[in-house]
Design a protein around this ligand. Structure first.
Ligand SMILES: *[C@@H]1O[C@H](CO)[C@@H](O)[C@H](O)[C@H]1NC(C)=O
Ligand SMILES: *[C@@H]1O[C@H](CO)[C@@H](O)[C@H](O)[C@H]1NC(C)=O
Ligand SMILES: *[C@@H]1O[C@H](CO)[C@@H](O)[C@H](O)[C@H]1NC(C)=O
Ligand SMILES: *[C@@H]1O[C@H](CO)[C@@H](O)[C@H](O)[C@H]1NC(C)=O
Length: 593
């Protein structure tokens, strides 16, 4: 009897288990389907706002943001959408009839199309090109107020005013306390008394202007503005920018969570010729190479999964950022010993990170910037001030890594930095971490792309035909690669395969494919260090030169004296090459082609 009962019990327990397992299984399946639907929605580039709203509402369920509000001024946004006229909505413009002389004159002094700028409203509308989900983001209802600091030297009046109006128009009134224009001793007459008068009549309540008596340079002009600022948060902008929709809240919220956070907007491109407003790209992390050229590193996988979330960036791109006044002055502001411009973004970035802060890029905050066609201002004639700035930054913040900079620019070693004791004191006082920590924890992937010590070359010499060894690749033409008689001592026939696997000429041009035809031309183009269409590998066993990730091979036609890339047929004698001074150890490579 008891045994039977036990069996029954066992049976019902088993049934119960199966029931639970089925439930769990079904839940997982449904959840997965749900998620797929969600992803589908996100990936589809679907413009259907209702769909997006649904997706977002569901996400909201999981994070109850009671103290967060929608900061968008929808009424104004809708009004702006209806604006029409020259340059409105940020579309590309070219004037059909204009005074050529005036056009040339304004181009020369600005490095951009100043005449066109004068035809576009200072209140013009620009497209909202943020990630679609930014429209649904809510931010802390309690945000600090801001002072926007805009230094300028001989800025064109209409681009300066457009900067001012874009900030006034697109910032919540209760957050924007003041805009401080800092005139760094401009010489244009219309930036003096008449501008003061215009501001005092039209914008006296919120725009101030300081005229510096003596030219200070961008860095000290920013400092002068910051000293006059009265708000909790400082925002620095360039004087030919346009703030986009709802740009402030994403910059400010991270600062409320930790006052030592510095937040940068995405910088969009305003075309210097047509004033078209467009995205640069969808974000990257700021970095540098060992000559202190600004470089960019890819977003991290987790950042890619959260396209509206601010991500950590090792260095800021330039002069557009928000920082609490408290943190800025604790860090000593910018080093006031930095001259004119150059290196200041590295100085501030290194000390923010090393002294316990964070730099974020906020994808939902965007500001357009005119990148000039050329620099219109003459060199100030005070020698290598950029080199001096770099050396100050390196000496104070970079420890043993400064050496890598000096190896590439040996003359930095002889530049007098001036007094840097104050800067070193700040580093000591704030117990800032070593540069090595910065390189390992913040810019951890930098050295892979920009090694401090350049790895050895893979080869350095002539590249000969295997079946006709009297024929060599030849770079004597300006932008195309030829096949010619080998000549001893001819520099145009010497090529270097670098550790990046590009092939460099003695003039620092790279073998480049920009042609998808069956027999693609090989051109010479400035080296971009990005692999892709400049990527080459030499299989020294099969003697084949393989190009690109989607491999094709270099082939020659001896009678036509031509080299090109085409489908790989390693057994084809026309695809065999002899590369002089090939270092088999330096070449670590495997790829099937
Ligand atoms: C969020 O929290 C508030 C109170 O804290 C509550 O009234 C509200 O119902 C919550 N909303 C959701 C969607 O859970
Ligand atoms: C620009 O917009 C402001 C309101 O924000 C208005 O007062 C001003 O007159 C406008 N200026 C022009 C030139 O349209
Ligand atoms: C590649 O070729 C196209 C078409 O000839 C040209 O428009 C483009 O500028 C070229 N790109 C480069 C990087 O040379
Ligand atoms: C080599 O070039 C010549 C002349 O341009 C052409 O007639 C011949 O077909 C080419 N040979 C091959 C194998 O493509």
């Amino acid at each position: 009897m008891a045994r039977v009962k036990m069996k029954r019990n066992l049976k019902s327990i088993l049934k119960y288990f199966i029931f639970i397992l089925t439930t769990v299984f079904l839940t997982i399946v449904i959840f997965k389907l749900f998620k797929q639907f969600d992803q589908h929605n996100n990936n589809n580039n679907n413009n259907d706002d209702v769909q997006l709203e649904k997706v977002f509402a569901r996400k909201q369920l999981y994070s109850n943001q009671t103290n967060k509000i929608d900061w968008h001024d929808w009424e104004f946004i809708n009004l702006e959408k209806q604006r029409t006229g020259i340059g409105e909505q940020g579309v590309s413009v070219s004037l059909t009839s204009f005074n050529q002389h005036k056009y040339d004159e304004l181009y020369k002094v600005n490095g951009f199309n100043g005449l066109l700028s004068d035809s576009i409203s200072v209140n013009r509308s620009i497209p909202d090109i943020r990630h679609k989900l930014c429209r649904f983001k809510k931010y802390n209802s309690n945000l600090p107020d801001v002072s926007v600091i805009v230094p300028f030297h001989n800025e064109h009046l209409s681009t300066l005013l457009r900067t001012v109006y874009s900030v006034l128009n697109r910032s919540p009134k209760n957050l924007l306390k003041e805009i401080i224009l800092v005139d760094d001793s401009s010489t244009k007459v219309n930036l003096k008394k008449s501008l003061d008068k215009y501001l005092s009549i039209n914008l006296a309540d919120r725009v101030k202007i300081i005229h510096l008596k003596k030219r200070q340079g961008l860095i000290r002009a920013r400092l002068a503005g910051a000293k006059k600022a009265t708000s909790e948060v400082l925002i620095f902008l360039d004087s030919h920018t346009e703030a986009n929709v709802n740009w402030l809240p994403p910059l400010l919220e991270p600062i409320t969570e930790d006052y030592r956070t510095c937040v940068c907007p995405f910088i969009d491109v305003i075309a210097y010729e047509t004033f078209q407003y467009r995205a640069q790209d969808e974000g990257a992390r700021g970095a540098f190479d060992w000559e202190f050229f600004y470089k960019r590193l890819p977003l991290l996988p987790d950042d890619l999964l959260h396209p509206t979330r601010p991500f950590r960036s090792p260095v800021m791109a330039g002069g557009l950022f928000a920082i609490s006044a408290k943190w800025f002055w604790e860090l000593g502001g910018y080093d006031p010993g930095l001259d004119i411009w150059g290196g200041e973004q590295y100085e501030l970035s290194f000390k923010i990170w090393q002294c316990g802060g964070t730099i974020l890029d906020a994808p939902c905050s965007r500001v357009g910037h005119i990148y000039r066609k050329f620099a219109p201002f003459p060199n100030p004639g005070i020698g290598d001030f950029v080199g001096k700035n770099y050396r100050r930054v390196a000496e104070v913040w970079m420890d043993e890594y400064a050496e890598y900079l000096y190896r590439r620019r040996p003359h930095y070693r002889d530049i007098n930095t001036g007094d840097i004791t104050k800067q070193k004191e700040i580093r000591e006082k704030l117990k800032c971490k070593p540069f090595k920590w910065f390189m390992q924890k913040v810019a951890f992937d930098l050295v892979k792309k920009y090694p401090p010590i350049e790895p050895p070359d893979i080869s350095n010499g002539k590249i000969r035909s295997f079946i006709a060894p009297e024929l060599c690749l030849d770079a004597s033409a300006a932008n195309k690669l030829d096949l010619k008689e080998c000549v001893d001592g001819n520099e145009n026939q010497i090529f270097i395969i670098t550790w990046r696997n590009d092939i460099k000429t003695q003039n620092n041009m790279c073998l480049d494919i920009n042609d998808s035809s069956v027999k693609a031309k090989i051109t010479l183009y400035s080296c971009h260090n990005g692999g892709g269409n400049q990527l080459w590998h030499y299989d020294h066993k099969k003697k084949v030169l393989v190009q690109g990730n989607n491999p094709r091979c270099m082939e020659h036609n001896i009678s036509a004296r031509k080299a090109y890339v085409t489908q790989c047929k390693p057994e084809n004698e026309d695809q065999k090459w002899i590369i002089e001074n090939f270092n088999t150890k330096a070449s670590t490579w495997s790829l099937t082609y």
